[in-house]
Design a protein around this ligand. Structure first.
Ligand code: UGA
Length: 439
């Protein structure tokens, strides 16, 4: 089977590589020539555990090809995935420019039946627009060709994307024809061997599923963060509350960890986009608006604790930051709580020394010389006034507290991810601030 994937960003590259890994011939297309040349040599533009090795292996086996020519890529493809970016507009809605450009290109060059699949997270109604754009181009050419569109949202988590793709909880596909359904079943068969389902539905439902999934997950996080804040006020402990509610299987104990707020390229963007889509149809998504408001506020909670301890004037003070990426196992800093925290601390006169296991280059690109960068976690503690933990990287979980004690000026830790035991911290003589727990 031969397929092509347009867009070699995060979704496109991971999907293409995983399809190639099960024996499908995949051609990945991108307009960025530099990126394609690097990819041909096996150099990948993103950090994702295991991906580079997999790209190498599949290039060597001749199953993973890269090109800047969409025409060439789709020549023998049975399925074409559109996985280009949909950056948010100023008003929060997803910009479909790139998706529809690709659709037009496909219409210009298509010469046989294909299923054209939207894989990027796109607003409800996009597949219809893709279909219209292709039809329009075919009409311009005076060509009559049978084709189908489908919506196949992805549910990859950064840092765990390969496992998520190879062993998906489910595959969701929105189609309009049996022919397309059969094609998609054949394509995904290798990934469904361990009993995970492929769920077929109509196209708007598939498009909606993606937003509903991310909206639900974001809601869980804002809900638990709201509860955590209340726990602090009433003297309860969010970890115990989480155990208490999570053991009810209807609630579950996964993905309800309180923290410094959710970030990344998905939840913030998708929550905004679905609120905007609803508003366009004259409907107000009140729960999601609250989810977003709680999250915006949550990114400031650690700074409030810093103010509570040190006061509002932080000039002459230096804070050591552990973790910059929006979550562990990625170098992605989009919408990361760290950015809000750094911004606020600097505004209050403080200096920042930061360390992240993989996001240092990305941080330098975004923050430049606004902050200082350390070589390792302990390096940033030298002469710092306090430690602030923002991302729960494994290497921060069991640090040497004696060394921390020796290096930082004050025995104070602000923990935005609840990774240390409050009792142990107090026993060790630290002033310890975390989210929703009793210190
Ligand atoms: C998210 C979804 O989890 C994926 O299923 C989806 O495919 C993806 O978006 C997407 O739309 O492409 P991702 O953004 O990579 O994946 O990251 P998550 O692991 O979901 O974490 C998102 C944020 O929530 C992080 O900032 C994390 O720190 C925060 N979080 C997560 C919490 O604060 N508490 C939790 O209990 C879990």
């Amino acid at each position: 089977m031969k397929i092509s994937i347009v867009g070699t960003g995060y979704v496109g590259l991971v999907s293409g590589t995983c399809f190639a890994d099960v024996g499908i011939t995949v051609t990945c297309v991108d307009v960025n020539e530099k990126k394609i040349n690097a990819l041909k040599k096996g150099i990948i533009p993103i950090y994702e555990p295991g991906l580079e090795t997999m790209v190498h292996n599949n290039i060597e086996k001749g199953r993973l090809l890269f090109t800047t020519s969409l025409k060439e890529a789709i020549e023998q493809s049975e399925v074409v995935f559109i996985a280009v970016g949909t950056p948010p507009d100023e008003d929060g809605s997803a910009d479909l420019k790139y998706v529809l450009d690709v659709a037009r290109q496909i219409g210009k060059h298509m010469d046989h039946y294909m299923v054209i699949v939207t894989k990027s997270t796109v607003p409800i109604g996009t597949a219809k627009k893709v279909k219209a754009a292709i039809t329009d181009e075919l009409e311009k050419r005076g060509v009559e060709l049978d084709f189908d569109v489908a919506s196949n949202p992805e549910f990859l988590k950064e840092g765990n994307a390969i496992q998520d793709f190879l062993k998906p909880d489910r595959i969701v596909v929105g189609t309009e024809s049996e022919k397309a359904q059969k094609m998609m079943s054949r394509l995904y068969k290798p990934f469904l061997l361990n009993g995970h389902p492929i769920i077929f539905m109509d196209i708007p439902s598939a498009e909606m599923t993606k937003y509903a999934a991310n909206a639900m997950l974001a809601t869980k996080i804002s809900f638990i963060n709201d509860m955590a804040n209340l726990c602090e006020i009433v003297g309860a402990d969010i970890s115990s509350v989480r155990d208490g509610i999570g053991s009810d299987s209807r609630i579950g104990n996964k993905f309800i960890y309180a923290g410094a707020g959710y970030g990344g390229s998905c939840f913030p963007k998708d929550v905004k986009a679905v609120i905007k889509t609803a508003a366009d149809y004259g409907y107000k998504l009140r729960v999601l608006q609250a989810v977003e408001d709680v999250n915006d506020a949550q990114k400031h909670v650690l700074v409030s604790k810093i103010k509570e301890h040190f006061g509002s004037n932080l000039s002459q003070m230096t804070f050591a930051l552990w973790g910059l990426s929006f979550k562990p196992k990625t170098d992605d800093m989009r919408e990361a709580p760290a950015l809000v925290i750094i911004d606020e601390l600097i505004k209050m006169g403080a200096s920042i020394k930061a360390y992240d296991p993989v996001a240092m280059d990305e941080a330098k690109r975004i923050l430049g010389d606004k902050i200082f960068y350390g070589d390792d976690p302990y390096d940033v503690l030298i002469d710092a006034d306090a430690l602030v933990v923002i991302t729960e990287w494994p290497e921060f979980r069991i640090p040497n507290f004696k060394v921390i004690d020796k290096l930082v000026k004050n025995k104070v830790i602000f923990d935005g991810r609840n990774i240390y035991d409050p009792n142990e911290m107090v026993e060790n003589g630290f002033s310890y601030y975390s989210i929703g727990r009793k210190a």
